[in-house]
Design a protein around this ligand. Sequence first.
Ligand code: SF4
Length: 201
Amino acid sequence: MRGGLSKEELMEDLARRVAECRRCPLFKHRRRVVVGEGNLNALVMFVGEAPGYYEDLKGRPFVGAAGRVLDRLLEEMGLRREEVYIGNVVKCRPPGNRDPREEEIEACSPYLDEQLEIIKPRVIVPLGRFSTRYVMTKFGLRPAPISRIHGRPYEASSPYGPVIVFPFYHPAVALYKKGMEEALFEDARRLRAVLSERGYI
Ligand code: SF4
């Protein structure tokens, strides 16, 4: 690893920098930054959009109602939280849970890039339209509306080898949009089939 540092040391260094970060105005509103958590050798990495109320309170990703949906989706995929890594494109909560702005994503995404370099996941699952657009673009894939591209594997290459990008709707849609829960669970079953085909589960 870089400078002979372990993955744990690299992630700790990143977490220290994020905790002090003032690159964009969101630092003014945060109670805690949400760097991400999970297995640093994860084959599958989930990328949410930004912390919400409970995430900001606890400093952990997906711990509110959307997090409970994600836990059920993980189960459907044949995965456990301990074996995956969960992060966000933006590490501080936007006020009132508004969508992250372009300039905030631009300011914060280098931290996500570092996390991807440290973890080197084989499968990247962006959750929601903002993270899908960021991840697809980063890996040279053509971004498109999430309603068209969710639930399918897209092969791409990364500096550490081939990767699959598998876009998902944001788990929160199951909470406020009728019929979306079934769509999410159908995508979870499709992802499970892809993971199983590749011997990842
Ligand atoms: S959202 Fe990201 S770039 Fe903005 S202050 Fe927080 S850590 Fe820094």
